[in-house]
Design a protein around this ligand. Structure first.
Ligand code: PLP
Length: 394
């Protein structure tokens, strides 16, 4: 499906249903206590906790349910659960399918806070994590699987190093050993259909492109199977996981324009990436749509497009400090973490990455998020930044 077809779909998804006259957009429904007319009605409603029904505010209400319906449709899944953040979506999904004595396989390129969660909380709870090369091949992955392996996690492309993973192969191996495949699909929203490639649980940091305006933090977990849904939903309710109606409303509002934003941002990102590729200071551009980018063949096989976040690796003759000076000197690009908003951002990534199985190679690196500014303004800004890089390294 193209970006413009997605845009057409996003006009309709997650809108109020019913035959009564209603506002175009759902109102924000806030609340805790729900009043029932009888004990029977209260009991009947409580039994519907897997059905996105209003039971008690902490278990979600109408605003959350409409966002869940929209995200399930974008991801091609059956049910979505919204949670408080993208990180909470990762940790909640992991806690739902891992137990003491269990084993988890994590790509070395996983988002840093997910890695910390494995190395601290999961370890404390008796779960062992092995980091694997995100470009691992099937026999090597088979060799890492243990009888206790409950989860194979993937993030494609990887945080900062942008390796696109062979997700169908990961699914094949995971399922042959009775493990679940969890995917952080935040970069691949809409351009990677997780369930068509064997994923069991797909995670979205809705904070990024769906919110799209850098003004809310929300996460989502989507499943394609009723049994997985019951396990996930029970864990979410037991842990008191929740996303506020106001933040879900902002996400629904942002979602309406996600297709047209991404149509423009992804095109601009590729133009900027191609410009950078020809610059003498640049050793490699880590953009999945470029043939030199790691795992490009899987991107070409499995993705229908790209989004607007990529990496730039400079030659070893430049220092990490010089890249920081460059990033700080940019005027159109903001200096900051996160991504997916309407604004362009630059983030030096050298020194903030931990890798065990697949070390980062090359010189210092920068992550760029391309927003809605003109390509001319972005390139002029980077051109100025490269002068600062050269001067700082002279
Ligand atoms: C790939 C990925 N997953 C998850 C997250 C976490 O999302 P949030 O900031 O909503 O917790 C991020 C945030 O940068 C991310 O880049």
């Amino acid at each position: 499906m193209s970006w413009s077809e997605l845009t057409g779909k996003l006009v309709q998804l997650g809108r109020p249903h019913g035959t009564e006259p209603a506002f175009v957009n759902p109102p924000v429904s806030r609340g805790s206590t729900v009043l029932y007319e009888s004990m029977d009605a209260m009991r009947a409603r409580s039994a519907q906790r897997y059905e996105h029904q209003l039971i008690y505010g902490a278990m979600g209400g109408p605003t959350q349910a409409l966002l869940e319906e929209a995200i399930a449709a974008i991801e091609g899944g059956l049910h979505t659960q919204v949670v408080s953040s993208g990180l909470a979506a990762c940790t909640t999904a992991l806690l739902s399918f891992l137990g003491a004595g269990g084993h988890c396989l994590m790509p070395d390129s996983v988002y840093g806070p997910t890695r910390r969660f494995c190395d601290t909380m999961l370890r404390r709870l008796g779960v062992d994590t092995t980091y694997y090369d995100p470009l691992i091949q099937e026999p090597a992955l088979q060799a890492l699987m243990r009888p206790a392996t409950q989860v194979v996690f993937a993030e494609s492309p990887g945080s900062h190093s942008f390796e696109v993973q062979d997700v169908p192969m990961l699914a094949r191996v995971a399922h042959a050993h009775g493990a679940k495949l969890l995917l952080d699909n935040t970069w691949g929203i809409h351009v990677f259909q997780p369930f068509a490639h064997g994923v069991d649980l797909s995670i979205q940091a809705l904070t990024k492109y769906p919110v799209g305006h850098a003004d809310a933090i929300v996460g989502a977990i989507t499943v394609a199977d009723e049994t997985d849904w019951v396990v996930l939903r029970d864990s979410v309710v037991q842990m008191g996981q929740f996303a506020s109606p106001d933040d879900c409303w902002l996400t629904l509002r942002g979602l309406r324009t996600m297709g047209i934003r991404l149509e423009r941002q992804s095109r601009s990102a590729l133009e900027v990436a191609l410009w950078l590729q020809d610059r003498p200071e640049v050793q490699q551009v880590l953009h999945p749509a470029l043939p030199e980018s790691p795992g490009h063949e899987f991107w070409k096989r499995d993705f229908s497009g790209a989004t607007s976040l990529f990496g730039v690796v400079f030659h070893e003759s430049y220092t990490a400090g010089a890249v920081e000076d460059m990033a700080a000197a940019l005027a159109v690009f903001g200096l900051g973490a996160s991504w997916g908003g309407y604004e362009s951002l630059a983030l030096p990534t050298t020194g903030i990455i931990s890798r065990d199985a697949r070390p980062m190679t090359g010189g210092p690196a920068l992550r760029l998020h391309i927003g809605l500014e003109t390509v001319e303004a972005l390139i002029a800004d980077l051109d100025g930044g490269l002068s600062v890089l050269r001067a700082a390294s002279a």
